[in-house]
Design a protein around this ligand. Sequence first.
Ligand SMILES: [Zn+2]
Ligand SMILES: [Zn+2]
Length: 759
Amino acid sequence: MRMKINVTGIVQGVGFRPFIYRTAVKNSLKGYVKNRGDAGVEILLEGKEENIKNFLKDLQQEKPPLAQIHRIITTRFTGKEECEDFTIHKSSNEAELSGSVVPPDIAICNDCLGELRDPKDPRYDYFFITCTNCGPRFTTIEKLPYDRENTTMRDFPMCSFCQKEYTDPMNRRFHAQTVACPECGPKAYLTTSKGEPVKQKDPMREASKLLAEGNILAVKGYGGFHVAASATMDKPLMRLREAKHRSQKPFAIMARSLNAIKTFAQVSTKEAELLASYSRPIVLLNKSNDYFLSNLIAPGLHNLGVMLPYSGLHYMLFDRTDDLALVMTSANPPNQPIIKDNEEAIKMLSSTVDYFLFHNRQIAHRCDDSVIRTHGRRQVFIRRSRGYVPAPIMLREKAKHCVVGLGGELNNTSCVLLEKKAFISQHIGDVENIETKQFLKNATKHLIHLTNSKPDTIACDLHPKFTTTKLAHELTEEKGWQLIQVQHHYAHIAALMAEHGVREMVGICCDGYGYGTDGKAWGGEILYCTREEPGFKRLAHLEKQPLIGGDLATRYPLRVAAGILSKNTDVRDWILQNKQHFPHGEKEVEVILSQLEKGQSTVETTSCGRVSDAVASILGICYERTYEGEPAMKLESAAMKGKDVLKLKPTIKNNTLETSQMIWQIFESRGKCSIADLAYSAHAYLAKGLATLAIQEAQKHGIKIVGFSGGAACNEILTSITRKTIETADLHFLVHEAIPPSDGGISFGQAVVGGFFRS
Ligand SMILES: [Zn+2]
Ligand SMILES: [Zn+2]
């Protein structure tokens, strides 16, 4: 019998061809296997029917751990057998099939880690040790098929030792495209902040020593540069905060081991599982009572982002120091993509860092670390990037169109929706300038190319002035695609529906800002969403609140607080007492007061984020938002040990949850109750109020499912109380697990609306 088999999925760069080779030989079959230009694998088998049947069974059951098989297409054909044995053929550029993709970057495996530490191994202490089961993939592949000459490893021709392993079917590095050794592979080296070489036999040892002495280093990794510093010394972190203009934004840290993490943070079973997974995300962990790292790492927060080492280089840094953890934060100037090239790094970072730990392997694609927190046994993506991208989100049904979603503005990603799969790009960041716009454009094109997709539709936000909206118009012109614009909160809930294969739901969508269908600022919404026309309906929302000074109110939450409080009380004295928290002091306060008196607040918002901001400023927790979500995050941290002392009953009038009374009550209770209890009471009011609204609407419309999305769904207290309230009413409660609830999930939601929700 002769049979041709095409396998689609994640089957290149995961040791698939070596696996096929061994399985064919085991089943006494002849033929070949080869990689194709569409990221799939083609197999020809010749032999007994029985053996081919067994081969197909093995293919499903014994596939390599990192491989994902989406489809197996078999074609029997007759004719004389032509092959003398089974071989791995040269890859072809054939590309008729769509939807296969290369794997994400994979953390160093235990076999490689063992060799790294074995003095007798030829790759002992070699920082770029990898095999078919581990190493960079997405960030090193420039084009398909996945062959060495199509990756940034092409600059490093294999030595005879590596070549021998590469061609030995029994070896773990058989056809491993990233195989390298100290003889032939990439080299690591240390330079000064100006890029002048620092001659060192062991650059890793020297780097560890420099870190222990309080220096700041830029360290090149798989998908870009980290800035590294000691996690216990305040001085370098203070310098780093000054240089990066990041006074408050938390830094991620890397810890030597799980046991090391347990000395300063609480780790649940689920969190430990995530930390050690081959994706090696940053996991947000609660600081323990014994927390001893610098308070400058995550100021004002109850948790911190921790990851385990994921490359040989990282392990070597820790092997040469006693430090339990190092700050390892992504190196990029504000609003710029993560830095990936050596020259770019010297240009952008030489005034921030004292030394560079470089290597001479190019990074093909930037990719930031992923960030996850847990909600019970569930994972919540804060950012889905390295270790996950470009693996697809698998959907229950086939989309009617192939759609590109370009996302919103902040914290952005893009998405390619193709049949039953959604490919979401790596984290792009805030798309507000040429650099990030270019990054978005390139990442999207690369994703289309990788998956061999042929989009017919492009989806973007409703906001007419977003850079992404303009880009969508440009691409529509250029490619002749159909353009659709999707309301921000609708996109969030559509994403949640598609993730769970649900056809209609009442969605609670809370975040900072989204452009409404009325052109107003939305952000605390109860929506009815359906896959039929009209798609969605706004059922209810938070009370509209004034933004005194527009965007300034987003930056300085006391402005929001003043606007809300002035509905119930005279805020003059209180605002004046707080004048030091306004950049222009009393002068600014007078302007605010006169705006309040005249009642001429031009902008209003239903944003949930702004309500949290107001509470945070009234309680003295945060007066200036220096990073996205800061006041709300600090309010959650303050509330972690609190309880609902105020027990406020949600006030609902005309499909609106009132917030003025709640804010006033918090204001009046200062000094009488603890800050923790008041912070918690505010969470309880919002969560119960929004849940109550959603329950009312669900019951009215006969809907059994309530979902929660938007940036506020990253907040554990809000999510837990909402879940409890919804489930107590005997309704099904859904949250995101595969995509971020924050704006990183918008591109997916837009694509879903374009691909499923229209005829
Ligand atoms: Zn390995
Ligand atoms: Zn070699």
